[in-house]
Design a protein around this ligand. Structure first.
Ligand SMILES: [Zn+2]
Ligand SMILES: [Zn+2]
Length: 92
């Protein structure tokens, strides 16, 4: 199992909020990086249901096969590209 990195994924195409660690997301079957917040996917599929249409990926317009949607939680990969800078405590 691979881990998703929010900084690579960018932001949710539905609510345009950036993904954060520990976000629960729905990964679409069309591409591993085509994901939505789980809540946003729920809203999208509910909207499509009321319209009686099939869902499409907001990124590539591929038809969403609900059985292929994976629910995942974004986890830190353990490798941080830009480490937090330690405050300099040597001045004391
Ligand atoms: Zn969202
Ligand atoms: Zn897609």
């Amino acid at each position: 199992m691979y881990l998703l990195n929010p900084s690579v994924l960018g932001f949710c195409p539905i609510c345009t909020l950036e993904y954060q660690f520990e976000d629960t997301i729905s990964q679409l079957p069309c591409h591993e990086n085509h994901i939505l917040h789980e809540m946003c996917y729920g809203q999208l599929s509910a909207f499509n249901k009321t319209k009686g249409v099939k869902g499409h990926c907001p990124t590539c317009r591929a038809e969403i096969v609900p059985e292929g949607v994976l629910r995942k939680v974004l986890k830190a990969t353990g490798k941080v590209d830009a480490p937090m800078e330690e405050p300099d405590r040597k001045l004391n």
